[in-house]
Structure formats: C-alpha cells, structure tokens
Design a protein around this ligand. Structure first.
Ligand code: HEC
Length: 105
C-alpha cells in the first residue's frame, strides 16, 4: 500500500462514521452530474472538458475497480486541481459507474 493510499484510507475511515446517518446509494445520474461538473476541482474544468463523450475512455476494461478509481482520483487531483474522493464514497462509486459506460473493451 502506498503512503498516499494509506493516507486516503485513513481519511475515509475518519469520515465513515459521519456518513452513516446520511446513506445514499450511488447512482448513474449523480455520476453523470459529477462528470460534467466544474465543482470537483479548482480549474474551471470538468471530466467532460477533456473526455468529451467518453473520449479516451474506451479501453478502461484493462483496469480493475481499484485501479480505475485511482486513475479517476489522479485526474481529479492533476487535471481538475480537486480533492481526492474517498474510494468508497457515494460520489466515487457514482463517477466510477458512469465512467464504465464509456468502456468498449
Ligand atoms: C485536462 C484534461 C483532463 C481532465 C479534465 C480529465 N482528464 Fe482524465 N485523462 C486525461 C489524460 C491526458 C489522460 C491520459 C490519456 C491517455 O492515457 O490516453 C487521462 C486518462 C484518464 C483515464 C484513463 C484512461 C485510460 O484508458 O488510460 C480515466 C479513467 C480518466 N482519465 C477519467 C477522468 C475523469 C473521471 C475525470 C474527471 C474527474 C477526468 N479524467 C478529467 C485528461 C483529463
């Protein structure tokens, strides 16, 4: 486990008790909204800005869930200038599901 992942899982476990009372299920609708949202980062860009209609996301069948979520977080951090999402958060699960809809392999 890398230090970054360790820090991330620690952050997630700290946040977990807070979210228990507000359990919402991940949804494709939320995923689409996040994909098109400039609020995820600080650069005024969304996933959609670069991956228009899933551009560049057709080969993501090469990645398992853990790998794909790491890549999504890398794009949030580097491309959007945003904060990492907890790997088990409703937001990440929704974004993950939506991103999978572009997979062609
Ligand atoms: C500033 C442009 C930019 C933005 C914004 C951006 N990405 Fe990316 N993304 C890239 C680039 C560049 C790559 C690497 C392209 C490649 O390897 O073909 C990439 C790669 C990826 C990959 C891996 C694709 C592959 O097959 O290797 C995924 C998944 C991904 N991005 C998802 C997202 C998501 C989800 C968001 C929004 C949270 C996002 N990206 C925002 C530019 C961006």
């Amino acid at each position: 486990m890398t230090r970054q992942m360790l820090a991330l899982s620690m952050a997630v476990s700290l946040l977990a008790p807070l979210s228990v009372s507000a359990v919402e299920t991940p949804s494709m609708e939320l995923g689409k909204r996040l994909f098109e949202s400039v609020q995820l980062g600080s650069k005024g860009r969304s996933c959609e800005s670069c991956h228009r209609q899933g551009k560049g996301l057709d080969k993501i069948g090469d990645f398992n869930e853990e790998e794909l979520k790491d890549i999504i977080n890398a794009c949030i951090r580097d491309a959007l200038g945003g904060k990492l999402l907890g790997v088990e958060s409703q937001e990440m699960d929704s974004l993950y599901r939506y991103v999978r809809t572009f997979q062609q392999n």
